[in-house]
Design a protein around this ligand. Sequence first.
Ligand code: FES
Length: 203
Amino acid sequence: MPVDRPTFEETMRGRAGPPEIERCDVTDLATHRAALEELFAARSGDLVSILQGLQRMFGFLPANVLALMAARCGWPLARVYGVATFYSGFVFAPRGRHLVRICHGTACHVRGAQRLTEHLEEHLEVRSGGTTADRAFSLEPVACIGCCSLAPAMQVDERVHGRLDAGRAAGVIEGIRAADVAGQADRVGVDAPEPPAPAGGPR
Ligand code: FES
């Protein structure tokens, strides 16, 4: 017997998830409506791959989209949140244009990753795990990025910056700001090693 699920509109008028999780614009939802329905239908039963698809679509997991997903796929909302919050690769607020990941692997840790983090928190005026008010930078900790000989290191987008101290790290950030203005941000730093730093896995 077919399961009676709420319609797209009914769901959007209903639950929206915890208030601390950001929602996406309803216009965004309307724009993505066909793609959302296709994703839910194609991946029914595969909760993680639907979450990955949603994050690709919106850049983060908006509360109202998670509510829609739970309703359309027939999962309790708590289960959706339970899985989404288990993996570090899922985020619940829009990231900045540049993702700054400070390595906290062993080599970087013993060479001052924590001091580097505190300095960049001060320089960017944002706590680790957050995004600057102008949405230019998101700051996150990460495990080893595969450049231990360059410790302490950080990765900004796809590029790695090594042998950092507080001044050099701030210089990298300001270089990217300046390059953004000139439209050349991708020329700052060196290419990240292959394979790229892991983004998933338990928190
Ligand atoms: S520990 Fe930082 S790059 Fe390996």
